[in-house]
Design a protein around this ligand. Structure first.
Ligand code: CIZ
Length: 299
């Protein structure tokens, strides 16, 4: 299957982008692996005509918005993001009316219709930087309440209204499971994603995006790390740091949507050019403004 994918890729001049949460078999064949911020920049700058996006829907959609001239393929069309689906247009329009003098900041985990109604998009690796450059002290942040609270604490002078959404995979990670493990392994260094709930964030030694977590573990010299984020990052962490130990609290935190993509999905995606992502032009134009503002401010 790997060879077949390689041949088809060459024939079609295609590249494979994979999000850090994909399964090991996908991460191993991808041309680029990273978080949504990195991958959206890669997608925009590549010269290849065809991009296979191994991730969830909003990621492929963001790539299409930023690169409308390219064919963006999402191998599994129902790879969704429950967090992104926690905001609907009607509810957002009501907020926009109620908080008409606020700047609307949306996490990249949103659908295009939502980005189109927001002033700027952020990811967990650039939210602080982007918000620090906004000329506004009144922010509505959506949809992740955990990332929202984490960012709000960085800007005590700003007024934040935070949406009540959450990532079910991160929300399930329990502080108790972390503390139980820490009892057994005294020098455990806890690295957590800001999408985790407050109890987990409060006991973390380091909070950051997948990119930040991977960098932190590689640059520091501890022996034992506990990883509180989606399980996909463990593959990269272990590969990059064979001499270090990585633990998870309780059962691995697995995003079922991210794990839907298998090698044969990538193969059939290339073979049949499926599923081609299309975004309504009017929505794409507005969402692009929000995404490009992120790229500009995060520089
Ligand atoms: O920014 C991303 O890609 C997400 C959703 C999480 C992360 O930290 O990589």
């Amino acid at each position: 299957m790997r060879d077949k994918i390689k041949n088809l890729k060459q024939q079609l001049d295609a590249v494979i982008l994979a999000h850090n949460y994909q399964s090991a078999e996908i991460l191993d064949i991808a041309d680029y692996v990273g978080d949504s911020f990195y991958l959206s920049q890669v997608a925009k700058n590549l010269n290849n005509k065809t991009i296979v996006f191994a991730g969830v829907y909003f990621m492929a959609e963001s790539a299409k918005i930023l690169s409308p001239e390219k064919d963006i393929l999402l191998p599994v069309i129902d790879a969704a993001c429950p967090l992104a689906d926690m905001v609907d247009v009607q509810a957002l329009l009501e907020y926009k009316q109620k908080y008409s003098d606020y700047t609307f900041v949306c996490y990249i985990n949103t659908n295009a219709e939502i980005k189109a109604l927001c002033d700027v998009t952020v990811t967990s690796s650039n939210a602080e930087k982007v918000i620090s450059k906004l000329n506004s002290d009144k922010i509505v942040f959506l949809p992740d309440k955990n990332l929202g609270e984490y960012i709000k604490n960085k800007f005590p002078e700003k007024d934040f209204i935070i949406w009540n959404g959450f990532c079910p995979t991160h929300e399930r990670i329990r502080a108790n499971s972390i503390l139980t493990l820490k009892e057994k392994i005294k020098d455990l260094v806890i690295l957590a994603h800001p999408e985790c709930n407050k109890e987990v964030r409060n006991i973390a030694d380091f909070l950051g995006s997948t990119k930040d977590i991977i960098e932190y573990a590689s640059k520091t010299n501890f022996k034992n790390y506990l990883i509180a984020t989606e399980d996909g990052v463990m593959h990269t962490l272990k590969n990059n740091n064979p001499d270090k130990n990585f633990f998870v609290p309780g059962l691995p935190a697995i995003c079922m949507n991210m794990k839907k993509t298998r090698l044969d999905d990538i193969y059939f995606s290339l073979l049949h050019k499926k599923h081609l992502i299309n975004v309504d032009e009017n929505i794409a134009d507005k969402a692009r403004t929000s995404l490009e503002k992120m790229l500009e401010l995060a520089r």
